[in-house]
Design a protein around this ligand. Structure first.
Ligand SMILES: Cc1ncc(COP(=O)(O)O)c(C=O)c1O
Length: 389
């Protein structure tokens, strides 16, 4: 039978895991479950992610969410987590030990960077950050001890795009795992597992949930790799709560509809910015002028809702712009239906040196283009730019 489309999967992939007849999943807001008999306790305790034992180990709402995201990403299995940062940690931790080496893309979300530069070195695991974004740059960074290659594509906030298929081949040739942060692209725009990545993770806080009302994460991969992550999750205890899982499920129902609008609005806004005399630089993977456009056009079916830009006039211009916007709230996070704008240099937990190495300009802004009516967003940006002196 033909594989259903992503919108259909997002609406139905969890149905076999709904133990009730409710059309909207019931919320299993419970920490523990009754056992039918004494022996059941021991049996549940020996199972992988049991559905009805103890919610840190597993819960029907977690499993429903995992079934949907695995179907969207095209992975064998998925694991929900209490945050995107937890999903990232659980993607890497099971696969490294003292003496091992990690290769990482040059621009990564702050906590991913902190895992590699602050946490893992204490356990004898070293990371090399790749300077360019080509597969050859990655190849130069690989060592015999490399166990994991981790990339974020498009990267936060610079929107660098990594050639997933080429880096996946390199990982395989070196018996390493390719871990891919797919938060910005979502499976609607890029499906890294189908390009050869071993593990994909999301801050589900962002586009997957889509309404800026929940913190959550998901990790996707083979049954074996997701099983290894679950073995760590039960120890770390970073399980997703049932209500949070339900909120992400509800958001996922409209993921492909929302992404179509994010793609369209960001494309229109990137054109406006690229043509504006007060704008010094715009990065959007869909723009021919963006450095990684060719790779993006090959591996992305839409270019997403994030824009990275720099105004002429530096810090004063950027501050005036973000404060004169009406529909773009000045706030951290991204991927919700409402537009947000962030001044990364003022918020990121990277040091000035780390920002320079990651290619983050001190006066660039990051725009999360929401689902408002396109013309209202364009008018808002045009007006805020007109007020920049
Ligand atoms: C690309 C990316 N990955 C991971 C994370 C971490 O996710 P969370 O905040 O859900 O822990 C974020 C958060 O902003 C992010 O932008």
């Amino acid at each position: 039978m033909r594989r259903p489309g992503l919108t259909t999967l997002a609406l139905h992939a969890d149905r076999p895991l709904n133990p009730t007849a409710s059309v909207s999943p019931a919320i299993f807001q419970t920490s523990t479950f009754r056992w039918p008999e004494v022996e059941a306790g021991a049996q549940f305790a020996g199972e992988h992610s049991p559905s009805a034992f103890y919610t840190r180990m597993g819960n029907p709402n977690q499993h429903q969410l995992e079934a949907i995201v695995a179907s969207l990403e095209g992975s064998e299995a998925a694991l929900s987590t209490a945050s995107g940062a937890a999903a990232c940690t659980l993607a890497v931790l099971p696969h490294v030990k003292a003496g091992d080496h990690v290769v990482a893309g040059k621009t990564l979300y702050g906590e991913t960077n902190a895992l590699l530069t602050k946490v893992l070195p204490r356990f004898g695991v070293e990371t090399t950050f790749v300077q360019g974004s080509s597969a050859a740059d990655y190849e130069r960074a690989v060592r015999p001890q490399t166990r994991v290659i981790i990339v974020e594509t498009p990267a936060n906030p610079t929107l660098d795009v990594v050639d997933i298929a080429a880096v996946a081949q390199l990982a395989k040739a070196n018996s390493a795992l390719l871990v891919c942060d797919n938060t910005f692209a979502t499976p609607v725009n890029t499906r890294p597992i189908t390009l050869g990545a071993h593990l994909v993770f999301h801050s589900a806080t962002k586009y997957l949930a889509g309404h800026s009302d929940v913190i959550a994460g998901v990790l996707c991969g083979s049954r074996e790799l997701v099983g290894a992550a679950w073995d760590h999750l039960r120890v770390v205890g970073s399980s997703l709560g049932p209500f949070e899982a339900w909120l992400v499920i509800r958001g996922l129902r409209t993921l492909s509809l929302r992404m179509a609008r994010h793609n369209e609005n960001a494309r229109a806004l990137s054109y406006l910015l690229a043509a504006h005399p007060k704008v010094a630089m715009v990065r959007y993977p869909g723009l021919g002028s963006s450095p990684d456009h060719e790779i993006a056009a090959r591996q992305m079916s839409g270019f997403g809702g994030m824009i990275y830009a720099e105004l002429k006039g530096g810090d004063a211009a950027a501050r005036s712009f973000v404060q004169n916007l009406r529909y773009f709230s000045l706030a951290t996070s991204l991927g919700g239906v409402e537009s947000l704008v962030q001044y990364p240099a003022s918020l990121s937990n990277l040091t000035p040196d780390q920002k320079r190495a990651a290619g983050i300009s001190p006066t660039a802004i990051r725009i999360s283009v929401g689902c408002e009516d396109t013309q209202d967003l364009l008018d808002d940006v045009e007006n805020a730019l007109s007020l920049v002196v």
